[in-house]
Structures are given as C-alpha cells and as structure tokens.
Design a binder for this molecule. Structure first.
Ligand SMILES: [Zn+2]
Length: 212
C-alpha cells in the first residue's frame, strides 16, 4: 500500500465510522465553529490533541508547531503562524482557555538542548526552538548533574511555563484574561506511559491526571 493509498484507506474508514456517527454534528458545524479550547501542541505524530482528549469535530482549535512553543509578541511584518492562530482563537472565537501541551521525547526540545551544547542548529528549526533558550539555560544551570534524558524532560516542562509567560506578552491575551477570564493552562503528555500530566499553577509542578 502506498502512503497515499494508506490515507485514502483511512479516509474511507472515517466515512464508515466517525463520520457516519456524526453526520448531524458535521451538518451543524458547517454553519461555523465555536470551540471553547485552544491547544498549542507539537507537530509530533504521536501527540494528536484530538486523540488524547477524545475530541470530536468543532471541539478543539489547535495550532501545532515544532516543540509546541509560543513565541513572544513582536511588532513586525514577518510571518507569524502561531501568533495568527492565537489572535484568531482569542479575538474571533473567544475561547475560554488556551492549553500549551508538551510531550515526552520531543525532538524539537532535543534540538534546543543540543544547541545549548554547541551543536549547530538546522536552518529553520534552530532559530525557532531558540524561543526556549531562556528555559534551556536555566535547566542547564540548575540540572547540570542530571542525565541528558532528565534534562530534556526538564526542558520539555520548563518550555511550557515559558510559553505560558510568552502568551501574556500578547496584548489581546492579557485583555481577554482581565475582561472575560481567559485561562492559560499547561499539560505534558508522556508517550511512553500514555499518561497526561497537568500543570498545577501554584506549585508549578506537573501532576499526573488520574486515568479514571
Ligand atoms: Zn515535540
């Protein structure tokens, strides 16, 4: 089976199963979307938010980028895909919460870590993952005794906290937080365990969510 045939096969399965059971929902959604949650997730093929949260069509507004990073607000004319998605979610869809969801074994975070050790970064990924540089430098300083894997896991989580701070640099995010209680949340998914960890705001620790 070619990669294309594999996709078409999956599409036919979707038509038979998921679509067939949700025809009414799709028909209703044709008039517009009203998701109440935005998720910033990684491009990684193992961490699809709709799968992890068992979400149907219209439930999640998702932007995925390498290492699920939110850049700080900048006032320039360049191409800001993640910022554009944030703006649309907050200003137009008026979502109630934004969840930054990281994950274990993240290649983007690994690249950021390696750049910290002097390994030359690739053309686009390198500058992009430098968004997490302040968190990386902190991790390398405080976790210098840890193994590489422990340091990467630490950065996967520290980068989520940094992205949550960066979210607040967007004027429309701050306004929505004050005016209508927009919430910012952090989560981290362990691919190895299939387990979700949720950020506890007060302790800034990630706690495993009971699976039942
Ligand atoms: Zn990743």
């Amino acid at each position: 089976m070619t990669p294309q045939e594999h996709l078409i096969d999956g599409y036919r399965q979707f038509r038979r199963d998921a679509y067939a059971s949700q025809v009414a929902a799709y028909s209703r959604l044709a008039a517009g979307q009203q998701p109440n949650t935005m998720i910033v997730a990684c491009c990684d093929s193992r961490v699809d938010p709709a799968t992890i949260f068992a979400a149907g069509p219209g439930e999640l507004f998702v932007v995925r980028n390498v290492a699920n990073l939110v850049p700080p607000f900048t006032d320039d004319p360049f191409h800001h895909g993640t910022s554009a998605a944030l703006e649309f979610a907050v200003e137009n869809l008026k979502v109630d919460q934004i969840v930054v969801m990281g994950h274990g074994d993240c290649g983007g975070i690994q690249a950021c870590m390696e750049a910290g050790h002097g390994k030359p970064a690739s053309y686009f990924v390198g500058p992009w993952v430098e968004i997490a540089a302040p968190a990386r430098d902190q991790v390398m300083m405080t976790e210098s005794q840890s193994t590489e894997i422990e340091q990467r896991r630490e950065l996967e989580r520290a980068a989520i906290l940094l992205s949550l701070d960066n979210l607040k640099t967007f004027p429309f995010v701050r306004e929505a937080m004050e005016a209508r209680g927009l919430k910012l949340e952090g989560a981290w998914f362990s691919v190895a365990e299939g387990a979700l960890y949720w950020l506890d705001r007060e302790s800034r620790e990630f706690r495993m969510v009971p699976a039942e």
